[in-house]
Design a protein around this ligand. Structure first.
Ligand SMILES: [Zn+2]
Ligand SMILES: [Zn+2]
Length: 787
């Protein structure tokens, strides 16, 4: 409610000149020190009354002089604990009653329904001081926490958020801890994970064979790290695999064992001084790094970095985070500087979260295991963020942010969006809250599927919400689609890029309609082809496909994604009447792929912008085979060296409307009335010619980026002229390309458009479930209304 002027309340006074006020507060006000804060504030001002959890929110009644009541209400809004979030505060006047003091009253039954579970929060300043203070009883205790910090979402099993509902329920508090827990003036009052060395969880260090290693677990683990060993380290939301980030052979060994060839690793650094020695850090990036959410921030590397080259090969950015648990801090106190910290899993499986699971699945990867006995109820990877065009943007929204709700424009029926196949998340809409899950991962194996099912059940239980409708992607073969169809609940299939557009509208609390420029990797289209370079105009109720990139062949279908040279060949074959001979073809089975293309066997058509990047990267001989999605596209962006070509130097652009195509599909809320095709083939032809003429790759990449920006500006102008709409929504995984995104955003704004982009929700498929759920809710509301 910050910023909203409070209406003066006409309060009846009693004989002592006192008044009584009733405040009903909603938001994140549980497990974040809100009640003790209110208690301290009231007692400090000498007010009387009580605070109590009720089914409709936190109820406060306070009594005292009007002046003090005003101070109290001001303090509530101004000095709220860092993790608390007041969304709504309703005030009303009451008659005074005879009362002695202010108390924290017992919760009424079912009291926690409307309050929200907070995310896991990084070690706070007070706990950090105690942790490093030899005189403190929690000196060097790796599980120190308080009402302002520590685990939350990852240790809660169900409501109410109380110790018995958490993974701390097996630990009985010692008298000293219990005294803190029960004292409203203590900073550990009702801190559910409260613990100390006497009564709380402890550490254990095991060798590769699972046998205990003697000595101080933290000190010994640090010794192993310094020797170049791989440590499996249990954290907040799962295990990390850690190695010394300055040790090249150790980092290489981790890559080999984990089956991760080239995808960049994130690094945890001991402090800001270390971070600044390796990376450039803006004011905004600094704020994010030290924030309570403590995500990974993708920072620009300095050229003189001291890290091993294999940490983030071929990338000008480095994922960096600071120690966010007491255990991390203790490790870095042992003279460590920078550790590669990567989610402990094999390839794209979910993160490992339990001790026996770690010993089983990480054997052969980890040289040692640093375990603890506080169970993790919810797997939760580190969040990944980036600052672009002055805003913090989510790339992977997980630990620290989940399950804080994304606020919507309005309420409606409870709906579940099941997300897509890659970077899966789910979203549960409840009232005006979109409850988006943590990153679940790529739905390509049984482990991921199990994790998905577990998260769906957990979110529903935690927020006491049962969906009336389940929404899935249109793709018939996705695991999430099949799951949705088995739920005995009404289902709706939603087109992938429509969901992207609506996700962008929803997080900006916009209704639309907007012109959506959706640039993406892969999404199943209404016509059964693969889309991904789309201009969709509309809102949650439906879209018109106004324009798309020219369709190009993917020889071998999805297989071609990991072999961009096949894409390059497909694009060339379609674009050039005489196939040019280019260096990337050398030593590859070109003839076989050409035969597929000639005979039109096993060819999938795609308008994907992600695939266009892959194809051009391979044409330029930058990446012909890749080990993770986006690798080739990133290489192509890097080749531009951060510069975009001048407006006058671009490849040829053509737009055509193929005759006679009008589609109006009632069922899928999808229309086409003469769709524009943004022609790609002239550009492919010219790039081939430029390569043969020996033009530099960096020049080609700069010109390629410029051509795309111009193309999208021109097509958006057509769309805006045709419809009168001037709001543009940018979504899709390709917008992680910062050169394309920042240039396009800037030039669209210069042209006078209102541009909506993603901040709180990833622009990649991690944001899909939000859009799905909103479209589903719209459909369901209309349907109910109609019948
Ligand atoms: Zn703390
Ligand atoms: Zn204790």
């Amino acid at each position: 409610m910050a910023g909203v002027a409070r209406k003066e309340i006409d309060t009846p006074l009693n004989i002592q000149g006192e008044a009584r006020r009733r405040l009903l507060v909603n938001g994140i006000v549980q497990g974040v020190g809100f009640r003790p804060f209110v208690y301290r504030t009231a007692v400090g001002l000498g007010l009387k009354g009580f605070i109590r959890n009720t089914p409709s929110g936190v109820l406060i009644e306070v009594q005292g002089s009007s002046l003090l009541l005003d101070s109290f209400c001001g303090a509530l809004k101004r000095d709220c604990p860092p993790l608390a979030r007041i969304e709504v505060m309703k005030e009303s006047a009451l008659d005074c009653v005879a009362e002695e003091r202010f108390i924290i009253a017992d919760s009424s039954a079912g009291a926690d329904v409307e309050t929200l579970i907070p995310p896991d929060i990084a070690l706070c300043g007070d706990c950090r001081r105690e942790l490093l203070d030899p005189a403190n009883r929690r000196f060097r205790y790796p599980f120190i926490n308080c009402t302002n910090c520590g685990p939350r979402y990852t240790i809660v099993d169900r409501l109410p958020y109380d110790r018995p509902s958490t993974s701390m329920h097996t630990f009985t508090m010692c008298p000293e801890c219990e005294r803190e827990y029960l004292d409203p003036l203590d900073r550990r009052f009702h801190a559910q994970p409260n613990a100390c060395p006497v009564c709380g969880p402890g550490l254990q260090l095991l060798d590769a064979a699972g046998l205990p290693i003697a000595g101080d677990a933290v000190a010994e683990a640090a010794v192993l790290l310094k020797q170049g060993h791989i440590l499996a380290l249990k954290g907040l939301g799962g295990f990390h695999l850690a190695v010394d980030a300055s040790n090249e052979s150790a980092v290489k060994r981790l890559r080999e064992r984990k089956g991760r060839e080239a995808k960049p690793f994130a690094v945890m650094m001991r402090d800001m001084a270390k971070v600044r020695s390796v990376c450039e850090v803006s004011e905004g990036e600094f704020t994010t790094l030290i924030s309570a959410e403590a995500p990974i921030v993708l920072l620009k590397k300095k050229t003189d970095g001291t890290l091993a080259p294999s940490v983030a090969p071929g990338n000008h950015r480095l994922g960096v985070m600071l120690p966010y648990t007491p255990l991390h801090l203790l490790l870095f106190e042992e003279c460590l500087d920078a550790l590669v910290m990567t989610s402990a899993n094999f390839s794209e499986e979910p993160i490992v979260s339990e001790n026996d699971e770690a010993l089983l699945r990480l054997t052969g990867i980890a040289d040692a295991f640093l375990l603890h006995n506080r169970p993790i109820y919810q797997k939760c990877d580190d969040s990944v963020t980036i600052h672009l065009s002055g805003e913090l943007r989510q790339i992977r929204r997980s630990r620290g942010y989940v399950p804080a709700p994304i606020l919507l424009r309005e309420g409606g029926p409870t709906v579940l969006g099941t997300g897509g196949e890659l970077k899966n998340t789910i979203t549960l809409l409840k009232g005006s809250h979109a409850l988006m899950s943590q990153h679940i991962g790529d739905m390509k194996n049984f482990e991921a599927y199990r994790h998905f099912e577990q998260v769906v059940a957990h979110l529903q239980r935690l927020f006491q919400a049962t969906p009336e409708l389940v929404v899935h992607d249109l793709h018939p073969d996705y695991m999430t689609t099949r799951w949705a169809e088995q739920q005995h609940i009404p289902v709706l299939g939603v087109q992938h890029h429509h969901a992207h557009l609506v996700a962008c509208l929803a997080e900006n609390r916009e209704e639309g309609p907007a012109i959506g420029l959706i640039l993406d990797g892969t999404g199943y289209g209404n016509d059964g082809t693969i889309w991904g370079g789309e201009v969709l105009i509309g809102d949650a109720a439906g879209v018109e496909r106004f324009a798309s990139l020219e369709s190009m062949p993917m020889p071998g279908g999805d297989v071609a994604v990991m072999h961009p040279w096949r894409l390059a060949l497909g694009y060339l074959h379609r674009s050039c009447p005489d196939l040019p001979d280019l260096p990337f073809m050398k030593g590859r089975s070109v003839e076989l792929v050409l035969e597929l293309l000639e005979k039109k066997v096993n060819i999938v058509e795609t308008s994907s912008c992600g695939r266009l990047f892959d194809a051009v990267a391979a044409l330029c001989n930058l990446r012909n085979e890749i080990s993770y999605e986006g690798e080739a596209a990133i290489a192509l962006m890097h080749a531009a060296g951060g510069a975009i070509g001048h407006k006058e130097f671009r490849y040829t652009l053509n737009y055509v409307i193929p005759p006679g195509k009008t589609i109006d599909n009632e069922k899928t809320h999808y229309t086409e009335k003469g769709r524009w095709i943004m022609m790609v083939s002239p550009m492919i032809q010219e790039i081939a010619t430029a390569l043969q003429a020996g033009m530099s790759i960096s020049g080609i990449s700069q010109r390629f980026h410029r051509t795309l920006v111009t193309c999208f500006l021109e097509i958006i102008e057509k769309a805006s002229k045709a419809t009168g709409i001037t709001t543009i929504a940018l979504s899709g995984g390709v917008f992680q390309n910062e050169l394309l995104f920042t240039t396009l955003l800037h030039e669209l704004q210069q042209d006078g458009y209102r541009v909506l982009s993603h901040e709180h929700v990833p622009s990649n498929d991690g944001g899909l479930s939000l859009g799905q759920a909103i479209i589903g809710r719209n459909y369901w509301t209309e349907k109910v209304f109609f019948f």
